[in-house]
Design a protein around this ligand. Sequence first.
Ligand SMILES: Nc1ncnc2c1ncn2[C@@H]1O[C@H](COP(=O)(O)OP(=O)(O)OP(=O)(O)O)[C@@H](O)[C@H]1O
Ligand SMILES: [Mg+2]
Length: 260
Amino acid sequence: MIKTIEIRGGRGKRGEPESVAAVRLAMGQVASVVGPTGSGKTTLINDFEIFADGSTPTGRVVLVDGEPAGDDLRDDPASHPIALITQHTNFLSDLPVLEFLHTHARVRGGSGFGLDAVTNEVLAFANELTGEPIEPGWRMTELSGGQTRALLIADAVVIGNAPIILLDEIENAGIHRMRALELLRRYEKIFVFVTHDPYIALLSDVRIVMSGGAMAKLLTTSDPERRLAHRLRAVDESLLALRERIRLGESLEESHLEVA
Ligand SMILES: Nc1ncnc2c1ncn2[C@@H]1O[C@H](COP(=O)(O)OP(=O)(O)OP(=O)(O)O)[C@@H](O)[C@H]1O
Ligand SMILES: [Mg+2]
């Protein structure tokens, strides 16, 4: 079982050494990657995903439990410890949802792996994140962008046993991110969120601040920030309620904006 993953700084876009020399994450920790558009967030998590060994343009090196990842980790998809939910998900499989999940669960296999129980758990998880529920008989290609990502997140967490999960801007997929965070927290894994969202950022243990392609700063979430996150939740819920009314085609009035 993996205990830590570490990324050693390389260089930014202009070739300058990164200010942050290394970031080490332990099992159970949540990290956010923040920074303006084009600052290198996706590139950073791609380095994690491929276990960069100094040969990518960034020169970063990823260590698993203090050691460079061996070829076995890198090349064998079944033992690959990292699941990446990308910013732009194009799904190639045309299988019905249920069959896709069954196939994946069977590949992951193992005894005592109740297929139906597992696929039900994935669907229930995914449907907590979407506005419109996913039907098990739909084809994967029929899912909306948000539904696809909700299903892939649930699938990665419940069926794939990858201990490290990288999520690139889930907030833009229109999935319910507060529910996502709550549900994800129940699974003991390392999560790395690329995010523009203050709520996700403040609920993380640390945040990596990107600038010019480099890790510019490493911040640890402070207690006041955690309290602020709590209040953000109330703001967010009231926004969500407004959004829901808009979605349902209602007209709004001032009294609908209530922040607890
Ligand atoms: N350290 C680096 N060295 C060289 N090129 C880099 C480096 N970091 C990022 N880049 C390049 O900069 C461009 C933007 O990076 P990236 O897509 O990672 O940004 P982003 O923060 O994810 O942006 P967005 O918010 O739009 O998703 C990419 O072409 C990427 O290859
Ligand atoms: Mg990106």
